[in-house]
Design a protein around this ligand. Structure first.
Ligand SMILES: Nc1ncnc2c1ncn2[C@@H]1O[C@H](COP(=O)(O)OP(=O)(O)O)[C@@H](O)[C@H]1O
Ligand SMILES: [Mg+2]
Length: 280
């Protein structure tokens, strides 16, 4: 079943071109006629270099940003211009986890308040009270539930990202968009967070749009992969198609660059995969 349908989405920003503040304002196309589907329960990765339009696509898919043209359908409903209750429901169903956990968590709120805030906005009080609810969520994401009265600064980067994930899960989303959610973390922590994301999906059955510039990470988590270059999707296929039989020249260049970027990461990934296969 198709959860999200993105069709011909374009986003133009009006910017001043090269030449500084005297340059005339001109539209810049950050996302160019992008189309893709997200199936229920799948992980669709979006990869591409910095500036290729991944975050803009993500923000449009979450309706944090309006497209210049194109349409969005969620569960067969056109939500491109949805407002009011329909938009509120959509914003509940689609949650975003950002790259920098600290800047996306309010430093003055305790974990308990952070993870119950999405419910509070909707005037829902969790069953069993906020304390019990937040402790249960913390346990689900592998945090010590006794730390629910602590503040974000008292956690490590990986733990803070777990709080961000807990907050996203609090409202029971159908789609979770991870925008470079593990990119700022150490490789060993990355692996732990990836495992957590996979487990949570197995438990709850939601879909991911998983955005990353690191192909090694994508290979571990995605069933399908979309490759973006200069605002366009240049290739979209199953993980094995894209990684083993890329059709597009840009994809081939991107893949060829991986081992050169960091052979050590690739080696560790292979080891992890071997371990995973052996432990089955
Ligand atoms: N609010 C904005 N105003 C002007 N240009 C923007 C804005 N947001 C993004 N861009 C530009 O759009 C392009 C795509 O950005 P982004 O979607 O963040 O790419 P990515 O996430 O792949 O790095 C970049 O050239 C960026 O500078
Ligand atoms: Mg980005």
């Amino acid at each position: 079943m198709t959860l999200l349908r993105v069709r011909d989405v374009t986003k133009q920003f009006i910017t001043r071109g090269q030449g500084g503040f005297l340059a005339p304002k001109a539209p810049f196309t950050a996302v160019d006629r992008v189309s893709f589907d997200v199936e229920l329960g799948e992980t669709l990765a979006v990869v591409g270099e910095s500036g290729s339009g991944k975050s803009t696509t993500a923000r449009i898919a979450a309706r944090l940003l309006d497209p210049t043209s194109g349409t969005l359908e969620f569960e067969d409903q056109d939500i491109t211009r949805a407002t009011g209750k329909q938009l509120a429901r959509f914003r509940n169903d689609v949650q975003v986890v950002f790259q920098d956990p600290f800047s996306s968590l309010n430093p003055r709120y305790t974990v308990e308040r952070i993870v119950t805030a999405p419910l509070a906005y909707q005037g829902i009080s969790p069953k069993g009270g906020g304390r019990a609810f937040s402790k249960e969520l913390m346990e689900r994401v592998g945090l010590n539930p006794d730390h629910s009265t602590r503040y974000p600064s008292q956690f490590s980067g990986g733990q803070a990202q777990r709080i961000g994930i807990a907050r996203a899960l609090a409202v029971g989303p159908k789609l979770v968009i991870c925008d470079e959610a593990v990119s700022a973390l150490d490789v060993s922590i990355q692996a732990q967070i990836l495992e957590l994301l996979v487990r949570l999906q197995r438990e709850s059955g939601f879909s991911y749009i998983f955005i990353a510039h690191d192909l090694a990470v994508v290979r571990q988590i995605a069933q399908r992969v979309a490759v973006m270059n200069k605002g366009r999707i240049v290739e979209l296929g199953s993980r094995d198609q894209v990684f083993d039989r890329p059709q597009d020249e840009y994809t081939k260049t991107l893949l060829a660059a991986v081992p050169r970027i960091n052979p050590e990461w690739d080696r560790r990934r292979r080891l992890r995969e071997q371990e995973r296969m052996q432990s089955r």
